[in-house]
Design a protein around this ligand. Sequence first.
Ligand code: GRG
Length: 308
Amino acid sequence: MSPEALSAWLVEERVRVEASLERALTVLLPRLPEALAEPVRHGVTTGGKRLRPILTAAAWAACREAAGQPAPVAVPQGVRDLAAAVELIHAYSLMHDDLPCMDDADLRRGRPTPHTIWGEGPVMRGGGALIPAAGLQLLAAATELGLDPDTKQDLLLVLARAAGGEGMVGGQALDLEGEGRALGREALDDLHRRKTGALLVASLELGAVAAEAPAGVREGLVDYGRALGLAFQIADDVLDATATAEALGKNPSDEALDKSTYVVLLGVDGARREARSEVGRALEAMAEAGLHSSPLEALARYVVERTH
Ligand code: GRG
């Protein structure tokens, strides 16, 4: 897939993700106290690349193609709704990440962060409401797909483990504890495998589980996701060190927060080389699992070439 075809495909996919998020909000917002509705709507709908739900749908389609379904495989609404559950977790994580007790950021996706508009309390509570909402969204989507109870449980375990202490929340805690300390390569890899990698891997794994893919195919997507997650984070560090806050639409920078980064450890060129070699690993993992997905292959390349 050429870079132009990938861009066009990403635009179409984003529209589908946003439609599913709107569907999810029509269920969620009426159940929330009024003061939380606006911060939640902002956190869920304001921009973003929508990479995680796009990965879920692409993984589902790749698994179905690997199982012999002729391409192009149409992705059902149930899979889109399942993918929205991951994005609800991602949205809450960014709302909380920007709070004064975490990264204390006032700009995200080129817009003022929600706590600068509604204050800390509503954002903390609204973000918190998104965590169980994601679980409910996942279960409703699994029911819509007609999946059996074991598969539903599998889906829930994948998302909850990736979002929790052994995954994203654990990684965030390590990240905050690491501020002002020089972390070595192993500690930095562990931190990012949890903080960013776990949810990216889960996004792919959810697609594989929903497609009822065989273990080898699921493992291939997990390995692809691990390499993709690392490549994504290294590229993020390079961008943070080389692009302006205006171009990135966020602040403060890692340097301002005194965080250990791949750029600090490897330099900009070394970090770029490392990111590319992780992309190579991601592509190998797919080929070994017999997966042929031009969007997933092109996405792996995109995460290291992206400009924001
Ligand atoms: C209770 C300790 C504790 C934590 C709460 C706040 C939190 C949970 C987790 C934070 C996790 C976090 C901020 C991970 C960063 C991942 C990352 C690289 C985000 C940016 O992702 P993109 O580039 O963002 O996909 P867009 O804007 O495109 O959606």
